[in-house]
Design a protein around this ligand. Structure first.
Ligand code: IPD
Length: 263
């Protein structure tokens, strides 16, 4: 087994254990963060602590970038070497209100580029994983995005809930996108949305602002499943901070005009 496959296996084991913490948590104690309905629970903090400890023992030299408390800014030092980018619970509002799913997202950058991505949905025991250049897998089975056209596909979007200034543009885009696809969905977890595009359940995901821990793992998984992942200007993602995201399956050859922003 190659060194990177070994690292991937160990990360998946950690994600699975973190999933157990999520499933066993009851009555989450909620703290408010800045922004509209932006929450953190004691379980987010507990899982983040667990991930930092366990992942740190796999690669002691790695830096960490994570959603809850501590290092949440990409620094110059992270442009080289290994960096884990973690979201202990992507879909915190889902978690609080008992809406499914919520996932654990673990991305690993090497020299500023996506190297490994793991997204685990403990509610359905779905382990999505990818190594750059080596394809994407769901529970050990290779996955490929759909080659159906948008007109014969579901599309999903995120509401960028913490940025109220983006709501009008988001819903204007969604309204224009609806007649171009079969129907629209909104799950509440950006990482899982991109994994759904990767598996072929739907063919497009867009959101006007998400954080690097929401997309670091899932954007690699989607790319390895044949998707094209860009920002809403059509530029590749930089993996160093917040951005808009459009993730298209193989069958969606160009970014729909209604989602494309011009400078
Ligand atoms: C959020 C979820 C949601 C998306 C937000 C994200 P969080 O992540 O992914 O689907 O619409 O933009 O911030 O806060 O639950 O980790």
């Amino acid at each position: 087994m190659s060194e990177e496959s070994l690292i991937l296996e160990k990360i998946c084991e950690v994600a699975q254990k973190a999933g157990r913490i999520m499933l066993e948590a009851s009555d989450p104690k909620v703290k408010e963060k800045s922004g509209h309905a932006n929450f953190c629970t004691q379980t987010d903090e507990k899982i983040q602590e667990f991930l930092i400890q366990m992942l740190g023992s796999i690669l002691p030299q790695a830096a960490f970038l994570g959603e809850e408390e501590g290092q949440d800014e990409f620094t110059d030092r992270m442009k080289s070497g290994y960096v884990f980018i973690i979201d202990p619970i992507d879909g915190t509002s889902n978690f609080i209100y008992g809406y499914r799913p919520s996932v654990i997202s673990i991305g690993l950058l090497l020299d500023g580029k996506p190297h490994i991505g793991v997204v685990y949905n403990p509610f359905d025991d779905e382990m999505y994983r990818a190594i750059a250049g080596k394809g994407a897998y769901l529970n050990g089975e290779r996955i490929e995005s759909s080659d159906r056209p948008l007109s014969d596909s579901l599309a999903v979007f995120g509401t960028a809930p913490y940025y109220t200034e983006l709501q009008d543009m988001t819903f204007d885009m969604a309204r224009k996108l609806l007649p171009e696809c079969v129907d629209l969905r909104r799950s509440g977890t950006a990482a899982w949305d991109m994994c759904c595009v990767a598996t072929g359940r739907c063919s497009l995901y867009f959101e006007l602002r998400i954080q690097v821990w929401d997309y670091a793992a899932a954007a690699l998984i989607a790319t390895e499943a044949g998707c094209t992942v860009t920002d809403s200007y059509g530029k590749s993602l930089s993996y160093d901070g917040p951005t808009s995201v459009i993730c298209r399956a193989r069958g969606v050859k160009i970014i729909p005009e209604c989602l494309l922003q011009k400078r």
